[in-house]
Design a protein around this ligand. Structure first.
Ligand code: 26Q
Length: 775
């Protein structure tokens, strides 16, 4: 039986990138074979049925998918916790490639309904925006209270998405809020004159959860986005507090019942919102309230890129949330007073840590507010934790970020579901599937790394997965690729810091090399298929040009018979979770080549390696820890180190570095129109020349092509490659999201596993407790 009312964690996130649910649900139940047989008897193929489901794409990329893996792990580890997010009507846009350019198509994913959600008609809350403030005296106590009223009031309606744990009766849950006009709203009661305004108000309410902002690692300062953030926070806190109050415990017990994790700064307004509820509505003293707040929240930072940090104009916040702005000023003042007391006279320090950035306009720094209001701050990989500790948050004495927090991925989805054949091979060798909840068990594969028979079986699975991807490429793009070639894959959001540009420039370099080869030399060359995929933010001009360049190079190279199919280039449109499940198991090499110090962690790197793919990467994010775990011989590192990046940039800005000659020739060929009209790519190429090459493409280029050469040589030794591939999978235990989530549970949330009893009555009883029903 569920212990009565255990402490729970609530994972607040603007994004949950779930992908599909059917396959996942069948596997969690251990019933996929039964269902496949059943549907087979009816004349359907299970794979076809699975393919009919649309992705729930309520996220941009890494941060959103991480939230989905974490809820999977909470459930699978029997940890009490829920996710809270928004039910966007339009998820991440669908990407189409037209004439080599990205175009965006709206993702109205709810078109034919969503069987995986439970509308909770009984769970609605009101959320206020705008409005005014006044003081009111309590006639009984004589105490003066701050009252926030008027403005726009919209309703948040709950939809639950149950997330099954693997081989457990525990069900996780993600509660998603949908906005609608509040219940007092009734179009028919409006007279003629107010009708138009009434319709506008209805639209404005529905607008809030209409679209996911498609920006990844880039902040857009739109009022609607801030409304979304507050909407999530306001509805969620009312729900959490409702549940807390049912336990009839005093407020000081709140942090012993509730842990709230902020997935980046996006839900940071929860901090002033809880303070507002405690002080204005529950009439607690400020200090008592603030103690509760700071013992409840913890904050995860996911980026060091300055353009991704949330900064909101104070005037905008004040207009939308007047009481919150007052409270933020007070929180900040008390915090600065404490700093001043500890470091008298250090005005620079005050400027650095203040949640308010002076300037025009004055801005609210969400990251500072999140640090001030949280008991723990953490990064997402060892290097990233170190970087935020020494740069972004160096001035925060309160910052107790633990050195060692590292992201993880779900082995259920990213091995068992995405790669059923490898999963089966592993289970057959290890004598069971226990590894799926304990990745330490995979280490036993190390003993088989040099076993010829096992190597063959292993590489057969890889070949099978490559054939599946080759089939997908042929069917969707009409491009013929050989599964015997080296599959070299870079799939992720398109961003300058991730350097897909450097990749395609190196492809051109290789193309030139192949063209210059004697026939005998060409025959010896390793055939390679370079595969790209990923979406650019709709307004990100340079990223969109990178896609165009990849498309143009693809068209040219693929139709050039003179290189005898030694090089093929593919851009796979509309990269999403479901496509990732096809692509990732098929890689020989995947690229994670961000400028050192820019990729906080990366999580696809973990997915590729878990599937026996080798990595070509920079010394950045979680690549570093992957290298430590699988051994330096099994990963291809190149490029400058994070600690040297600032100096190199300075060097560039001072005009002291000339572009390496290998790169010059490539750039020249693009400029001269080898890949279409001269001029088209000028703005992109100029980032290397007229610009200061901020992402250091030129600096890393030679080391990069040298590593690729090494890889092509090594690929010829099939047995050696197979051994490396097996060792990759065998040593990935650290990167299970079960490990990550248990560390959060122990070191931040202070929650414990709480398995549900497995009798039907007990389960029903537990479900009633969880769903707030009378038992
Ligand atoms: C902020 C304000 C307004 C509009 C949009 C945003 C916004 C939205 C999404 C800012 C950032 C994001 C997404 C960030 C993200 O996905 N970061 C990635 O997080 C992963 C999980 O920790 C890491 O592995 C990646 O390194 C990191 O880039």
């Amino acid at each position: 039986m569920l212990p009565k009312n255990p402490k729970r964690v609530y994972y607040l996130s603007m994004e949950f990138l779930l992908g599909r649910s059917l396959d996942n649900a069948m596997l969690a139940l251990g019933m996929k074979n039964v269902y496949s047989k059943g549907t087979g008897d009816l004349g359907f193929r299970m794979e076809d049925l699975i393919d009919e489901e649309r992705d729930a794409a309520l996220g941009n990329g890494g941060l959103g998918r991480l939230a989905a893996c974490y809820v999977d792990s909470l459930a699978s580890c029997d940890l009490p916790g829920w996710g809270y997010g928004l039910r966007y009507n339009y998820g991440m846009f669908q990407q189409r490639i037209v004439d080599g350019y990205q175009t965006e198509v709206p993702d109205y994913w709810l078109n034919s309904g969503n069987p995986w959600e439970l509308p909770r008609v009984d769970k609605t809350y009101n959320v206020r925006f705008f409005g005014g403030l006044h003081d009111e005296k309590d006639p009984e106590t004589g105490k003066v209270k701050r009252v926030w009223d008027g403005g726009q009031v919209v309703q948040a309606a709950a939809y639950d998405v149950p997330i099954p744990g693997y081989d457990t009766t525990t069900m996780g849950n993600i509660r998603l809020w949908s906005s609608r006009p509040n219940s007092s709203f009734d179009l028919s009661s409006f007279n003629e004159g107010n009708y138009n305004q009434a319709v506008e108000e209805k639209k404005s309410a529905e607008n809030i959860t209409s679209i996911l902002y498609p920006n990844d690692n880039h902040m857009v300062g739109k009022e609607l986005r801030l409304k979304q953030e507050y909407f999530l926070v306001a509805a969620t806190l009312q729900d959490i507090i409702y549940r807390f109050k049912k336990g009839k415990k005093p407020w000081c017990e709140f942090p012993n019942q509730v842990a709230i994790q902020l997935n980046d700064t996006h839900p940071t307004l929860a901090i002033p919102e809880l303070q507002r509820i405690l002080v204005d509505e529950e009439c607690l003293d400020w200090d008592e309230a603030w103690d509760i707040v700071t013992r409840t929240f913890a904050f995860t930072n996911h980026t060091v890129l300055p353009e991704a940090l949330e900064r909101w104009p104070v005037d905008l916040v004040k207009h939308l949330l007047p009481r919150h702005m007052e409270i933020i000023y007070a929180i900040n003042l008390f915090f600065l007073q404490k700093v001043e007391k500890q470091f008298p006279g250090d005005r620079d320090l005050l400027v650095q840590v203040s949640a308010i950035e002076e300037g025009s306009p004055q801005c609210l720094r969400m990251a500072s507010l999140a640090v001030i209001g949280s008991h723990t701050v953490n990064g997402v990989a060892a290097l990233h934790s170190h970087l935020i500790r020494t740069t972004l948050f160096q001035h925060f004495i309160r910052y107790y970020g633990e050195e060692k927090f590292t992201n993880g991925i779900s082995p259920r989805r990213w091995l068992h579901q995405a790669n059923p054949n490898l999963s089966q091979l592993i289970s057959s060798k290890l004598g069971g599937i226990e590894w799926i909840k304990d990745m330490e068990k995979l280490r036993a594969l190390n003993d088989l790394a040099t076993d010829k028979e096992f190597q063959e079986a292993w590489m057969d699975v890889k070949l099978h997965n490559k054939m599946r991807l080759a089939g997908y490429i042929k069917n969707n793009l009409g491009i013929e690729v050989s599964p015997d070639a080296l599959f070299d894959i870079q799939v992720k959001r398109i961003h300058e810091y991730k350097r897909q540009f450097m990749n395609i420039l190196s492809v051109i370099h290789r193309y030139h090399e192949l063209k210059a080869m004697e026939p005998s030399e060409l025959d010896e060359a390793t055939p390679r298929v370079v595969i790209f995929g990923g979406k650019a933010a709709p307004g990100y001009y340079i990223a969109k040009l990178v896609i165009k360049l990849i498309s143009s190079v693809s068209a040219k190279v693929n139709s050039d018979c003179s290189i005898k199919n030694k090089l093929k280039v593919v851009f796979l449109p509309d990269y999403n979770v479901s496509l990732a499940e096809v692509i990732i198991p098929a890689s020989d090499i995947s690229q994670h080549i961000s400028t050192a110090g820019t990729e906080a962690s990366g999580t696809s790197n973990m997915k590729f390696v878990l599937n026996g793919g080798l990595i070509l990467g920079t010394v950045d994010g979680a690549n570093i820890e992957i290298g430590e775990e699988i051994g330096k011989d099994n990963i291809f590192f190149f490029g400058v180190l994070a600690q040297d990046v600032e100096d190199l940039r300075h060097h560039n800005r001072m005009g002291k570095s000339a572009m390496v000659s290998s790169l010059c020739a490539v750039v020249q060929s693009v400029r001269e129109g080898e890949y279409g009209t001269p001029g088209v790519f000028a703005p992109l190429l100029d980032t290397l020349t007229i610009g200061t090459d901020y992402y250091l493409v030129s600096v890393d280029f030679d080391a990069y092509i040298e590593k690729q050469r090494e890889i092509e040589e090594l690929y010829k030794d099939k047995s050696c490659w197979a051994a490396k591939s097996i060792r990759c999978t065998a040593n990935m235990a650290k990167f299970s999201s079960d490990r990550s989530i248990r560390e959060y549970a122990e070191r931040i949330w202070n929650i414990e596993p709480c398995p549900l009893a497995a009798t039907p009555e007990a389960i029903l009883n537990d479900i009633n407790i969880i769903y707030d029903k009378k038992v």
